[in-house]
Design a protein around this ligand. Structure first.
Ligand SMILES: *Cc1c(COP(=O)(O)O)cnc(C)c1O
Length: 396
């Protein structure tokens, strides 16, 4: 008997085979064209196959692919300097391959800091409802989503989950065993919810008062996605001690990083952490090429400008379809449409695909969009036309 599909059944992709991409468009093996407004889940920040990044990777490909961190890796010093120069509070960078790995190290760094400061009892990491930090054991325990924890053994000790936005619960939860607070400045998967600026400042104060590490997960909302290079830069006085980044920083090449202050990283001494692939020369070439584009003030200005226009159009769409759309959420080009009727986010996502528009879903009944940051008004208008067609179908 034929064995059939040999892939784990964790995913359920549609019957489409994409062959190549260019900018915000993807082409199937039969030549059909799709407009990509999810960008590999906020990863293809510069669109598909951007030439400058492809050239940088190709050039490095002809020199050296991999050394491991036993040796100095070309590009690591340059990219870490770029990251730290872009963040006044940051001094240290550790390169990883993914978001989950970066979160894992961010949490290790926080605990190790407390340990090194003579407070080994401080191990608890406080996270919030609707959070997403990846799929490792630490990441699923930190985010606390029951769906992702089910069947994977006992809850790990050292993680506390609080309801999103419950300030009283937070003040009560902080105690003698608390090590850190972990939060996404803009929740992605949990429903595309931006934290109010006063919340980030409040978290900063709470951490200062209690000697806690403040960890930001900017894996999805960083890398220019919100129209600032890093999402928390919208908020004066809202800086973390440790930040995890990934997704958009590699533009499609696997790359993640932990960025930390000198103080936060000071107990991560030789032997405390390591990785074989993390910060590999190809990832550094990609990361540098991506960074030099997205950190350009004119580029970020473009993201703010196009996202304002897009959100305005979406607000208009909400007025056109008040029975379907409840709210426009998110920040910059991380956009959510909160739907009125439960499950309509999935209906709209599938409807969009039928109109050759790729979008995603998020928790809390939200249709999620994260287009490449390079979209112009043409792509935006095309997406609006397709969305209008989808919602027309749905109201018919
Ligand atoms: C995607 C994501 C992660 C996990 O990143 P991977 O690269 O999938 O491991 C962690 N945190 C947030 C906010 C994410 O969006």
């Amino acid at each position: 008997m034929a064995k059939g599909n040999h892939l784990f059944d964790c995913y359920n992709p549609p019957e489409i085979t994409f062959e190549r991409g260019e900018g915000a468009y993807l082409y199937t093996d039969s030549g059909e064209c799709y407009l990509d407004f999810i960008a590999g889940i906020a990863v293809n920040s510069l669109g598909h196959a951007p030439k400058d990044v492809a050239d940088a990777i190709t050039e490095q490909m002809g020199k050296v692919w991999h050394l491991s961190n036993m040796f100095k890796v070309p590009g690591q010093v340059d990219l870490s300097k770029r990251y730290c120069d872009s963040l006044p509070w940051a001094d240290k960078v550790f390169f990883q391959n993914s978001g989950t790995e970066s979160l894992e190290l961010a949490m290790k760094t926080a605990r190790r800091y407390q340990y090194g400061e003579g407070r080994p009892e401080r191990v608890d990491i406080i996270g919030f409802g609707g959070a997403f930090h990846g799929r490792s054991f630490a990441a699923i325990n930190a985010a606390g989503n029951p769906k992702y924890l089910e069947g994977f053994g006992p809850r790990l000790p050292g993680f506390i989950n609080l309801p999103f936005g419950d300030h009283e619960a937070l003040k009560e939860a902080v105690g003698p065993t608390t090590a850190a607070i972990l939060v996404e400045p803009v929740q992605g998967e949990g429903g595309v919810r931006a934290l109010p600026p006063e919340c980030l400042r409040g978290l900063r104060e709470l951490c200062d008062e209690n000697d806690l590490m403040l960890i930001y997960d900017e894996v999805q909302c960083g890398a220019g996605r919100t129209g600032q290079l890093w999402a928390h830069q919208w908020v004066e006085g809202g800086q973390p001690d440790i930040m995890a980044v990934a997704k958009g920083v590699g533009g499609g090449f696997p790359l993640g990083a932990v960025i930390a202050s000198e103080e936060a990283a000071k107990h991560m001494v030789p032997g405390t952490h390591g990785t074989t692939y993390g910060g590999n020369p190809l990832a550094m070439a990609a990361g540098i090429a991506v960074f030099d584009r997205i950190s350009d003030p004119a580029f970020l200005e473009h993201v703010r400008d196009i996202s304002n226009k897009f959100r305005q159009s979406l607000a208009g769409l909400k007025d056109e379809f008040p029975d379907l759309i409840e709210d426009v959420r998110g920040k910059g080009l991380l956009v959510g449409l909160k739907m009125k009727v439960d499950g309509d986010n999935l209906v709209a996502k599938n409807g969009a695909l039928a109109h050759k528009l790729m979008v995603g879903t998020a928790g809390d009944n939200v249709l999620r969009m994260a287009p490449p940051l390079i979209i112009g008004e043409t792509e935006m208008r095309e997406a609006m036309d397709k969305l209008r067609a989808v919602f027309n179908d749905m109201s018919a």
